[in-house]
Design a protein around this ligand. Sequence first.
Ligand SMILES: [Zn+2]
Length: 569
Amino acid sequence: MTQYTFSIAHPEQQYISINVEFDCSQETEIIQLPSWRPGRYELSNFAKNIKNFKIFNDQNEPVSFSKITKDSWQIACRNSKKIKVSYLYYASELNAGSTYLDKNQLYVNPVNCCVYLVGQENEASKIHLQIPDHYEIACALPTDGRTMTAENFDQLADSPFICSPSLQYNEYTVKETKFKLWFQGEIKVDWDLLIRDFDAFSKKQMEKFGVFPAEEYHFFFQIVPYKAYHGVEHLTSTVILLGPSYAVFEEHYKELLGVSSHELYHAWNVKAIRPIEMFPYDFTKENYSRMGYLCEGVTTYMGDLFLYKSGVFNFPQYVDELKAQLQKHFDNFGRFNYSVADSSFDTWLDGYVPGAPSRKVSIYTEGCLLAFATDVFIIKHSKGRYKLDDVMRFLYHEFYLHGKGVSEEDYKAVITKIAGENIESMFEEFYNGTASYESLLTKSFDYLGLEMTQTPSTTYSHGRLGFKSIPQAQNFIVKAIFPGSPAELGGMMLEDEIIAVNNYTCNGELEKWLQYFDLDAKRITVLRKGTLLELLLPEVDRKFYSVYDIKKIESPREVQHNAFLFWSK
Ligand SMILES: [Zn+2]
């Protein structure tokens, strides 16, 4: 059994000391560190955080080794029954998928920092923690005192833990499943509110699948004093990073709910139902998959839908989330260039940064909108008998529980079988193609008695001049430019810093100055790579950047019935 020991002698240096003891079974062994983590489909090269890498035999004598790739080491074990590997891991990054150490906590995502012996991925392991006595341990792995046990490397890699003297804890139970809630960081938790809402959406998700993949599930909340919002799914847990502390149970509470429902849905979708190319994960290299629309698209769609169906969100709150996805979709001209399937393949290239303008789309946004259209497709063709829920339930029971990953052909075949109508053309045009979603979405909304409306933006820079910017101190940084707009024709560039309008400095009020000079020619002063420039924006008799909305419309009884079935809880 592999033994890992973590110790933290000098937390302020942020180096975790890790010792690993492996049983040798071959003359030559390869020690590997993962190069990416589940949930983020790009290479992260965690080996860059490793220092003082050393290997010893069972006589405690140093063993020579050679590094054969950026994150693997080859050694000759000779007659040694065991080898011991020791190294320091630099833990300075605090996010939902990272490893972090300071005087308040040891937070570990094992996939970042645990090496394994190639060929021994199925071996069980023990993790020993040398931490101060007053530290508590929050972890989904079975824990005995200061020792945790993992059945295999996949389970270890996907079971993050937090050790800290300041964890706050509570729990709730749905049927036989226990849900454990942990908070780390400065936060006054409203437990009654939290447990009421979490209980509701957990219950509803479990009801649809009929079964939960584990006996216990943990929510680990890392709360920070600055603005933060993201989560990472794990095998039987999730880490969610949120901030600032004072907003988490106030104006950001709906984000807390949104990300938590999304992450819980991942316990079935991606932790169990998984694209065939990632079944199992190969931690040594890219696991290309074109199916991000299933992992992240369906999860984004369902996460919010379950908040509505469980009564946690009301209808307008739910529609706001869908509207936000519509807006992101229509604002991104990458939709004319690259399909969601192609963009999924390319997450390994630049999936988590804006990247080259108008090059690609988001697996979350486009995947969510297509999941909605697919849901309508199923209910429509099955005459109200089935929904996307039934497809997901089928994939869980007939694929995951039979030890199988899901291919695109499988997903299409299951939808087709359940809907009773071939979905092929939707995949060809929208999932794998770049056809405009407009008519597909319009028809889908129409089927439910909803109307998608589009009105020109009333924000001056968006609607009249065709650019979007974000404030930076008193100035504004250009982040998007509409093709053919005054901004583009006037020579504005992305990342230009807008300083003045008609020679008057913005002073944090760009829109007011633009509005004030409505009838005049607009000369915009920008700072571009150390050079001041004046851009004259020409008049164009068109509007740019629409605002999308979804409204209920008067509809015949038949449509009202469709809507009733679709939204029924
Ligand atoms: Zn996700």
